[in-house]
Design a protein around this ligand. Sequence first.
Ligand SMILES: Nc1ncnc2c1ncn2[C@@H]1O[C@H](COP(=O)(O)OP(=O)(O)OP(=O)(O)O)[C@@H](O)[C@H]1O
Length: 270
Amino acid sequence: MVTAANDPRQDKAGDELAISVRGLRNQFGAQVVHDNLDLDVRRGEILGVVGGSGTGKSVLLRSIVGLQEPAAGTIQVEGKDLLSLSSAERSEQERRFGVLFQKGALFSSLTVTENVALPLIEHAGLSRAEAERLAEVKLALSGLPPEAGPKYPASLSGGMIKRAALARSLALDAAILFLDEPTAGLDPIGAAAFDQLILTLRDALGLTVFLVTHDLDTLYTICDRVAVLSQKKVLVVDTIDAVASYDDAWVQEYFHGPRARAAAAAATGS
Ligand SMILES: Nc1ncnc2c1ncn2[C@@H]1O[C@H](COP(=O)(O)OP(=O)(O)OP(=O)(O)O)[C@@H](O)[C@H]1O
């Protein structure tokens, strides 16, 4: 019998889980990146994933979205065991993922509207006219003005390109949004606006957000919980205040250096 206590879709506190990773192992040749890694992502939360360079944040994201085949472990998403689905079931599940990579390139030869319409034509079978109409809605949702739609990516600012790429990642009504360093390369004002957009979209669309970042402002302003990757595992996952007081040299340096103090002060308005 499945009870709250043993239901794999809930954690111990009874929170519904969107993602549950157990015993994950990833390796490239002799290099072991993850070893027996466990992580839960609660439905509707924004989880920030941090860690030193090369600790495997992007590899973890890639494993969950199906771009990296793990050497061992299980990945449950919305109660389904991703690694044992048929390829048709898996593609169906992957349509519920929105993924925004750091270099989330748009096709340079397509307009912004065409970029967002493409997955709707290819994966949802919409006609070009229907797809472009819906693409315009998604672009507005991502905070782009209507005049951005007919433009080519080369004529947009970095912040507008991120918004267009976000609109494309949400084109197929994603339930879980994966973001890899979404504010990298944005100026502080653009980064803060993008953070707010993620928060607004999470609230409006009920998204679950898995967010790899180095940006302390993002962690302090929009993340419900923070997971720290270290030594091939998740070292700690908790609210930012709890994580910041965790007894580990990297955590202490990261969360109590001058940049962290400024981010914490800005978040609390002190
Ligand atoms: N396709 C690959 N082939 C071989 N090694 C890889 C591959 N992808 C990642 N790695 C290695 O796995 C380790 C973790 O990489 P990953 O990109 O996940 O780190 P990260 O924590 O995201 O780092 P950063 O913060 O610098 O972006 C690195 O040592 C990287 O070189």
